[in-house]
Design a protein around this ligand. Sequence first.
Ligand code: SAH
Ligand code: SF4
Length: 384
Amino acid sequence: MSLASHSGRFAAPATNAAGQVPLIGLAPDEMQAVMEQAGVPKFRAKQVWHWIYHRGVKDFSAMANLPKDLRALLAEKYAIERPAVAAEQKSSDGTIKWLLKLSDGQLVETVYIPEEKRGTLCVSSQVGCTLTCKFCHTGTQPLVRNLGAEEILQQILHARDVLEEWPKSGEKQTEGRELTNIVMMGMGEPLYNYDNVSKALKICMDADGLNMSKRRITLSTSGVVPQIVQCGEELNVNLAISLHAPDDALRSAIMPINKKYPLAELLDACRNYPSLSEQRRITFEYVMLKDVNDSDDQARALVKLLDGIPCKVNLIPFNPWAGSEFETSSDNRVQKFARILEQAGLDAPVRKPRGRDILAACGQLKSASVRTKKAMREKDTASE
Ligand code: SAH
Ligand code: SF4
Protein backbone atom coordinates (compact mmCIF):
# COMPACT_ATOMS: atom_id res chain seq x y z
CA MET A 1 0.00 0.00 0.00
CA SER A 2 1.42 3.39 -0.83
CA LEU A 3 1.13 6.20 1.62
CA ALA A 4 1.17 9.90 0.98
CA SER A 5 1.58 12.48 3.70
CA HIS A 6 -1.76 13.59 4.96
CA SER A 7 -1.23 17.29 4.55
CA GLY A 8 0.11 16.89 1.03
CA ARG A 9 2.66 19.54 2.01
CA PHE A 10 5.65 19.09 4.26
CA ALA A 11 5.58 21.03 7.49
CA ALA A 12 8.38 20.68 10.03
CA PRO A 13 7.12 18.36 12.77
CA ALA A 14 7.21 19.25 16.45
CA THR A 15 10.13 18.28 18.65
CA ASN A 16 10.02 16.67 22.09
CA ALA A 17 11.46 18.10 25.32
CA ALA A 18 14.91 16.83 24.33
CA GLY A 19 14.69 18.70 21.01
CA GLN A 20 14.30 15.46 19.05
CA VAL A 21 11.72 14.87 16.34
CA PRO A 22 9.46 11.88 17.15
CA LEU A 23 9.45 9.67 14.05
CA ILE A 24 6.53 7.45 15.02
CA GLY A 25 3.35 8.69 13.41
CA LEU A 26 5.02 10.36 10.44
CA ALA A 27 3.89 9.09 7.03
CA PRO A 28 6.73 7.52 4.98
CA ASP A 29 7.25 10.59 2.81
CA GLU A 30 7.23 12.82 5.90
CA MET A 31 9.82 10.63 7.57
CA GLN A 32 12.00 10.74 4.46
CA ALA A 33 11.67 14.52 4.22
CA VAL A 34 12.58 14.99 7.90
CA MET A 35 15.64 12.82 7.54
CA GLU A 36 16.65 14.39 4.27
CA GLN A 37 17.06 17.66 6.16
CA ALA A 38 19.79 15.96 8.19
CA GLY A 39 21.35 14.55 5.02
CA VAL A 40 20.02 11.01 5.48
CA PRO A 41 19.30 9.42 2.09
CA LYS A 42 15.87 7.99 1.24
CA PHE A 43 16.92 4.35 1.27
CA ARG A 44 18.18 4.76 4.83
CA ALA A 45 14.86 6.31 5.88
CA LYS A 46 13.15 3.25 4.42
CA GLN A 47 15.39 0.98 6.48
CA VAL A 48 14.54 2.95 9.60
CA TRP A 49 10.83 2.58 8.79
CA HIS A 50 11.27 -1.18 8.51
CA TRP A 51 13.08 -1.34 11.85
CA ILE A 52 10.40 0.67 13.61
CA TYR A 53 7.25 -0.91 12.21
CA HIS A 54 8.33 -4.36 11.10
CA ARG A 55 10.89 -5.28 13.73
CA GLY A 56 9.57 -3.06 16.52
CA VAL A 57 12.92 -1.73 17.72
CA LYS A 58 12.85 1.04 20.30
CA ASP A 59 16.46 2.02 20.03
CA PHE A 60 18.47 3.20 17.02
CA SER A 61 21.50 1.23 18.24
CA ALA A 62 19.61 -2.00 17.39
CA MET A 63 19.32 -1.04 13.70
CA ALA A 64 22.06 -3.44 12.71
CA ASN A 65 22.29 -2.67 8.99
CA LEU A 66 22.89 1.06 9.50
CA PRO A 67 26.42 2.46 9.89
CA LYS A 68 27.34 3.21 13.50
CA ASP A 69 27.82 6.96 12.96
CA LEU A 70 24.41 7.17 11.31
CA ARG A 71 22.81 5.38 14.27
CA ALA A 72 24.45 7.93 16.57
CA LEU A 73 23.17 10.83 14.44
CA LEU A 74 19.65 9.38 14.44
CA ALA A 75 19.71 8.87 18.20
CA GLU A 76 20.69 12.51 18.66
CA LYS A 77 18.04 13.96 16.37
CA TYR A 78 15.06 11.65 16.55
CA ALA A 79 12.93 9.82 19.11
CA ILE A 80 11.34 6.37 18.79
CA GLU A 81 10.96 5.29 22.40
CA ARG A 82 7.67 4.16 23.92
CA PRO A 83 5.47 6.06 26.35
CA ALA A 84 5.80 5.24 30.03
CA VAL A 85 3.42 2.66 31.47
CA ALA A 86 1.74 4.24 34.49
CA ALA A 87 -0.12 1.02 35.35
CA GLU A 88 -0.82 -2.46 34.03
CA GLN A 89 -3.77 -4.49 35.27
CA LYS A 90 -4.65 -8.06 34.40
CA SER A 91 -8.19 -9.33 34.63
CA SER A 92 -9.05 -12.84 35.79
CA ASP A 93 -10.25 -13.46 32.21
CA GLY A 94 -6.84 -12.60 30.70
CA THR A 95 -7.73 -9.09 29.58
CA ILE A 96 -4.89 -6.62 30.13
CA LYS A 97 -5.39 -2.90 30.59
CA TRP A 98 -2.52 -0.45 30.31
CA LEU A 99 -2.57 3.10 31.47
CA LEU A 100 -0.03 4.91 29.32
CA LYS A 101 1.45 8.22 30.32
CA LEU A 102 1.79 10.65 27.42
CA SER A 103 4.54 13.24 27.11
CA ASP A 104 2.36 15.99 28.62
CA GLY A 105 1.46 13.76 31.58
CA GLN A 106 -2.02 12.92 30.31
CA LEU A 107 -3.09 9.33 30.72
CA VAL A 108 -4.72 7.08 28.18
CA GLU A 109 -6.04 3.54 28.38
CA THR A 110 -5.48 0.61 26.02
CA VAL A 111 -7.03 -2.81 26.51
CA TYR A 112 -5.92 -6.18 25.14
CA ILE A 113 -8.61 -8.85 24.97
CA PRO A 114 -7.42 -12.39 24.22
CA GLU A 115 -9.98 -14.74 22.72
CA GLU A 116 -9.78 -18.30 21.51
CA LYS A 117 -8.97 -17.60 17.89
CA ARG A 118 -7.93 -13.98 17.99
CA GLY A 119 -6.64 -11.20 20.17
CA THR A 120 -8.10 -7.75 19.98
CA LEU A 121 -6.52 -4.49 21.02
CA CYS A 122 -8.94 -1.76 21.98
CA VAL A 123 -7.23 1.53 21.13
CA SER A 124 -8.09 5.03 22.38
CA SER A 125 -8.31 8.02 20.07
CA GLN A 126 -8.74 10.84 22.58
CA VAL A 127 -8.07 11.59 26.21
CA GLY A 128 -11.70 11.63 27.39
CA CYS A 129 -14.47 12.41 24.92
CA THR A 130 -16.29 15.64 24.04
CA LEU A 131 -19.53 13.73 23.55
CA THR A 132 -21.67 12.96 26.54
CA CYS A 133 -23.53 9.74 25.88
CA LYS A 134 -25.46 9.18 29.09
CA PHE A 135 -24.41 5.55 29.61
CA CYS A 136 -20.68 6.06 29.02
CA HIS A 137 -18.10 6.71 31.70
CA THR A 138 -15.54 8.14 29.29
CA GLY A 139 -17.98 10.94 28.43
CA THR A 140 -17.85 12.18 32.03
CA GLN A 141 -14.10 12.77 31.97
CA PRO A 142 -13.42 16.48 32.23
CA LEU A 143 -10.06 16.62 30.45
CA VAL A 144 -10.24 16.10 26.73
CA ARG A 145 -7.70 16.31 23.96
CA ASN A 146 -7.06 14.54 20.70
CA LEU A 147 -4.29 11.98 20.57
CA GLY A 148 -1.65 12.49 17.92
CA ALA A 149 -1.01 9.79 15.30
CA GLU A 150 2.12 8.91 17.28
CA GLU A 151 0.14 8.37 20.48
CA ILE A 152 -2.41 6.20 18.72
CA LEU A 153 0.29 4.03 17.13
CA GLN A 154 2.29 3.80 20.33
CA GLN A 155 -0.60 1.93 21.97
CA ILE A 156 -0.29 -0.76 19.30
CA LEU A 157 3.50 -0.87 19.37
CA HIS A 158 3.43 -1.16 23.15
CA ALA A 159 1.04 -4.13 23.03
CA ARG A 160 3.25 -5.86 20.47
CA ASP A 161 6.22 -5.32 22.80
CA VAL A 162 4.47 -6.83 25.79
CA LEU A 163 3.14 -9.79 23.81
CA GLU A 164 6.63 -10.25 22.31
CA GLU A 165 5.23 -10.46 18.82
CA TRP A 166 7.78 -8.68 16.67
CA PRO A 167 9.18 -10.80 13.82
CA LYS A 168 12.79 -11.92 14.09
CA SER A 169 15.31 -11.17 11.35
CA GLY A 170 14.04 -12.49 8.00
CA GLU A 171 10.58 -13.39 9.34
CA LYS A 172 7.40 -11.99 7.81
CA GLN A 173 4.55 -10.37 9.68
CA THR A 174 2.56 -13.55 9.78
CA GLU A 175 -0.95 -14.38 10.73
CA GLY A 176 -1.18 -16.53 13.83
CA ARG A 177 0.04 -13.82 16.15
CA GLU A 178 -1.85 -13.22 19.34
CA LEU A 179 -2.70 -9.64 18.53
CA THR A 180 -4.71 -10.06 15.35
CA ASN A 181 -7.33 -7.32 15.47
CA ILE A 182 -7.52 -3.63 16.26
CA VAL A 183 -10.68 -1.89 17.36
CA MET A 184 -10.88 1.87 17.69
CA MET A 185 -13.25 1.51 20.65
CA GLY A 186 -11.24 2.87 23.54
CA MET A 187 -11.57 6.34 24.96
CA GLY A 188 -12.82 9.03 22.62
CA GLU A 189 -14.69 9.50 19.38
CA PRO A 190 -12.27 8.48 16.62
CA LEU A 191 -14.10 10.42 13.93
CA TYR A 192 -13.68 13.66 15.90
CA ASN A 193 -9.95 13.06 15.53
CA TYR A 194 -10.14 11.74 12.01
CA ASP A 195 -6.85 13.08 10.63
CA ASN A 196 -4.69 11.52 13.32
CA VAL A 197 -6.67 8.28 13.44
CA SER A 198 -6.52 7.93 9.70
CA LYS A 199 -2.79 8.63 9.60
CA ALA A 200 -2.14 6.06 12.33
CA LEU A 201 -4.31 3.41 10.68
CA LYS A 202 -2.68 3.93 7.29
CA ILE A 203 0.69 3.32 8.92
CA CYS A 204 -0.77 0.28 10.65
CA MET A 205 -1.87 -1.12 7.28
CA ASP A 206 1.41 -0.34 5.51
CA ALA A 207 2.84 -3.45 3.87
CA ASP A 208 6.37 -2.79 5.09
CA GLY A 209 5.29 -2.33 8.68
CA LEU A 210 2.61 -3.83 10.84
CA ASN A 211 0.89 -4.89 7.62
CA MET A 212 -2.54 -5.22 9.19
CA SER A 213 -5.43 -5.88 6.88
CA LYS A 214 -8.28 -3.38 6.83
CA ARG A 215 -10.50 -6.38 7.48
CA ARG A 216 -8.91 -6.77 10.90
CA ILE A 217 -9.39 -3.16 11.88
CA THR A 218 -12.74 -1.85 13.16
CA LEU A 219 -13.57 1.76 13.81
CA SER A 220 -16.44 2.43 16.17
CA THR A 221 -18.28 5.72 15.98
CA SER A 222 -21.22 7.33 17.68
CA GLY A 223 -22.24 8.52 14.21
CA VAL A 224 -20.22 11.46 12.87
CA VAL A 225 -21.78 11.24 9.43
CA PRO A 226 -19.40 13.34 7.24
CA GLN A 227 -16.36 11.46 8.51
CA ILE A 228 -18.08 8.08 8.05
CA VAL A 229 -18.19 8.90 4.35
CA GLN A 230 -14.53 10.00 4.36
CA CYS A 231 -13.48 6.94 6.36
CA GLY A 232 -15.22 4.66 3.89
CA GLU A 233 -13.51 6.27 0.93
CA GLU A 234 -10.03 6.59 2.41
CA LEU A 235 -9.58 3.71 4.86
CA ASN A 236 -12.47 1.34 4.27
CA VAL A 237 -11.84 -0.42 7.56
CA ASN A 238 -14.73 -2.28 9.21
CA LEU A 239 -17.34 0.05 10.60
CA ALA A 240 -19.13 -0.26 13.93
CA ILE A 241 -21.91 2.16 14.82
CA SER A 242 -22.95 2.85 18.39
CA LEU A 243 -26.66 2.84 17.75
CA HIS A 244 -28.28 2.05 21.11
CA ALA A 245 -31.81 3.20 20.22
CA PRO A 246 -34.30 2.43 17.44
CA ASP A 247 -35.81 5.92 17.16
CA ASP A 248 -34.64 9.54 17.11
CA ALA A 249 -36.39 10.63 20.30
CA LEU A 250 -34.71 8.03 22.48
CA ARG A 251 -31.37 8.20 20.68
CA SER A 252 -31.21 11.99 21.09
CA ALA A 253 -32.03 11.61 24.77
CA ILE A 254 -29.17 9.20 25.47
CA MET A 255 -26.73 10.25 22.71
CA PRO A 256 -26.76 14.00 22.10
CA ILE A 257 -24.86 13.62 18.79
CA ASN A 258 -28.11 12.29 17.32
CA LYS A 259 -29.51 15.82 17.31
CA LYS A 260 -26.77 16.81 14.88
CA TYR A 261 -26.79 13.63 12.78
CA PRO A 262 -30.19 11.95 13.11
CA LEU A 263 -30.89 8.33 12.29
CA ALA A 264 -31.99 8.83 8.68
CA GLU A 265 -28.67 10.52 7.80
CA LEU A 266 -26.65 8.04 9.82
CA LEU A 267 -28.26 5.00 8.24
CA ASP A 268 -27.92 6.51 4.79
CA ALA A 269 -24.17 6.84 5.35
CA CYS A 270 -24.14 3.21 6.51
CA ARG A 271 -26.06 2.01 3.45
CA ASN A 272 -23.53 3.77 1.22
CA TYR A 273 -20.41 2.58 3.06
CA PRO A 274 -18.13 1.13 0.36
CA SER A 275 -17.59 -2.63 -0.08
CA LEU A 276 -20.49 -3.72 2.09
CA SER A 277 -21.63 -7.26 1.50
CA GLU A 278 -22.89 -10.22 3.50
CA GLN A 279 -19.21 -11.07 4.08
CA ARG A 280 -18.39 -7.52 5.11
CA ARG A 281 -21.13 -6.18 7.31
CA ILE A 282 -21.57 -3.16 9.49
CA THR A 283 -21.74 -3.89 13.22
CA PHE A 284 -24.40 -2.01 15.13
CA GLU A 285 -23.63 -1.82 18.82
CA TYR A 286 -26.63 -1.78 21.09
CA VAL A 287 -26.07 -1.44 24.82
CA MET A 288 -28.93 -3.10 26.70
CA LEU A 289 -30.40 -0.61 29.18
CA LYS A 290 -33.12 -1.93 31.46
CA ASP A 291 -36.55 -0.43 30.67
CA VAL A 292 -34.98 2.14 28.36
CA ASN A 293 -34.28 0.47 25.03
CA ASP A 294 -34.87 -3.24 25.63
CA SER A 295 -38.56 -3.91 24.91
CA ASP A 296 -39.98 -6.27 22.29
CA ASP A 297 -41.44 -3.31 20.42
CA GLN A 298 -38.06 -1.65 20.35
CA ALA A 299 -36.49 -4.84 19.00
CA ARG A 300 -39.09 -4.88 16.21
CA ALA A 301 -38.47 -1.19 15.48
CA LEU A 302 -34.76 -1.96 15.25
CA VAL A 303 -35.41 -4.72 12.72
CA LYS A 304 -37.36 -2.27 10.58
CA LEU A 305 -34.74 0.44 10.88
CA LEU A 306 -31.89 -1.80 9.70
CA ASP A 307 -33.81 -3.32 6.81
CA GLY A 308 -31.61 -3.70 3.74
CA ILE A 309 -28.26 -2.97 5.43
CA PRO A 310 -25.79 -5.89 5.51
CA CYS A 311 -25.18 -5.88 9.25
CA LYS A 312 -25.15 -7.61 12.56
CA VAL A 313 -26.25 -6.24 15.90
CA ASN A 314 -23.92 -6.64 18.85
CA LEU A 315 -25.94 -6.62 22.03
CA ILE A 316 -23.79 -5.27 24.84
CA PRO A 317 -24.84 -5.78 28.46
CA PHE A 318 -24.55 -2.36 30.09
CA ASN A 319 -21.36 -2.12 32.11
CA PRO A 320 -22.15 -0.17 35.25
CA TRP A 321 -20.00 2.54 36.77
CA ALA A 322 -20.41 4.57 39.95
CA GLY A 323 -22.97 7.31 39.44
CA SER A 324 -24.51 5.96 36.23
CA GLU A 325 -28.28 6.22 36.00
CA PHE A 326 -28.85 2.94 34.15
CA GLU A 327 -29.18 -0.72 34.96
CA THR A 328 -28.30 -3.74 32.86
CA SER A 329 -31.22 -5.57 31.24
CA SER A 330 -31.81 -9.03 32.69
CA ASP A 331 -30.33 -12.00 30.85
CA ASN A 332 -33.84 -13.12 29.95
CA ARG A 333 -34.69 -9.76 28.45
CA VAL A 334 -31.47 -9.71 26.43
CA GLN A 335 -32.20 -13.23 25.13
CA LYS A 336 -35.75 -12.31 24.19
CA PHE A 337 -34.58 -9.15 22.42
CA ALA A 338 -31.93 -11.16 20.57
CA ARG A 339 -34.50 -13.74 19.51
CA ILE A 340 -36.69 -11.13 17.85
CA LEU A 341 -33.74 -9.86 15.85
CA GLU A 342 -32.67 -13.38 14.93
CA GLN A 343 -36.15 -14.39 13.85
CA ALA A 344 -36.03 -11.47 11.43
CA GLY A 345 -32.77 -12.81 10.01
CA LEU A 346 -30.34 -10.54 11.84
CA ASP A 347 -27.28 -11.92 13.62
CA ALA A 348 -27.50 -10.66 17.17
CA PRO A 349 -24.66 -12.01 19.31
CA VAL A 350 -24.55 -10.93 22.93
CA ARG A 351 -21.13 -9.50 23.72
CA LYS A 352 -19.50 -11.13 26.68
CA PRO A 353 -18.21 -8.40 28.97
CA ARG A 354 -14.44 -8.64 29.32
CA GLY A 355 -12.21 -7.21 31.98
CA ARG A 356 -15.06 -5.91 34.15
CA ASP A 357 -13.06 -6.60 37.32
CA ILE A 358 -10.42 -4.08 36.20
CA LEU A 359 -12.93 -1.59 34.73
CA ALA A 360 -11.69 -2.36 31.25
CA ALA A 361 -15.05 -3.22 29.71
CA CYS A 362 -16.82 -1.04 27.12
CA GLY A 363 -17.74 2.35 28.49
CA GLN A 364 -15.86 1.90 31.76
CA LEU A 365 -12.60 3.46 30.66
CA LYS A 366 -11.64 6.53 32.60
CA SER A 367 -12.06 5.73 36.25
CA ALA A 368 -8.69 4.15 36.76
CA SER A 369 -6.93 7.06 35.09
CA VAL A 370 -8.73 9.62 37.18
CA ARG A 371 -8.03 7.60 40.31
CA THR A 372 -4.39 7.30 39.39
CA LYS A 373 -4.15 11.02 38.76
CA LYS A 374 -5.72 11.60 42.15
CA ALA A 375 -3.31 9.13 43.74
CA MET A 376 -0.38 10.87 42.02
CA ARG A 377 -1.56 14.28 43.24
CA GLU A 378 -1.88 12.93 46.76
CA LYS A 379 1.60 11.40 46.54
CA ASP A 380 3.01 14.72 45.25
CA THR A 381 1.35 16.62 48.08
CA ALA A 382 2.60 14.09 50.63
CA SER A 383 6.19 14.46 49.48
CA GLU A 384 6.13 18.27 49.48
N1 SAH B 1 -16.74 6.81 20.77
C1 SAH B 1 -16.87 5.63 20.02
C2 SAH B 1 -15.92 4.53 20.43
C3 SAH B 1 -15.69 4.30 21.91
S1 SAH B 1 -17.01 3.68 22.87
C4 SAH B 1 -18.28 5.13 20.03
O1 SAH B 1 -19.08 5.65 20.80
O2 SAH B 1 -18.60 4.26 19.25
C5 SAH B 1 -16.99 1.93 22.58
C6 SAH B 1 -18.36 1.26 22.72
O3 SAH B 1 -18.72 1.09 24.10
C7 SAH B 1 -19.49 2.05 22.09
O4 SAH B 1 -20.36 1.23 21.37
C8 SAH B 1 -20.18 2.60 23.30
O5 SAH B 1 -21.48 2.99 23.01
C9 SAH B 1 -20.09 1.46 24.25
N2 SAH B 1 -20.35 1.82 25.64
C10 SAH B 1 -20.21 3.03 26.21
N3 SAH B 1 -20.54 2.97 27.52
C11 SAH B 1 -20.90 1.70 27.78
C12 SAH B 1 -21.31 1.00 28.98
N4 SAH B 1 -21.38 1.62 30.13
N5 SAH B 1 -21.60 -0.30 28.87
C13 SAH B 1 -21.47 -0.95 27.70
N6 SAH B 1 -21.06 -0.37 26.56
C14 SAH B 1 -20.79 0.95 26.58
FE1 SF4 C 1 -17.72 9.29 23.61
FE2 SF4 C 1 -18.25 6.88 22.52
FE3 SF4 C 1 -18.48 7.29 25.18
FE4 SF4 C 1 -20.24 8.42 23.52
S1 SF4 C 1 -19.93 6.21 23.85
S2 SF4 C 1 -19.21 9.43 25.27
S3 SF4 C 1 -18.94 8.91 21.76
S4 SF4 C 1 -16.59 7.39 24.00
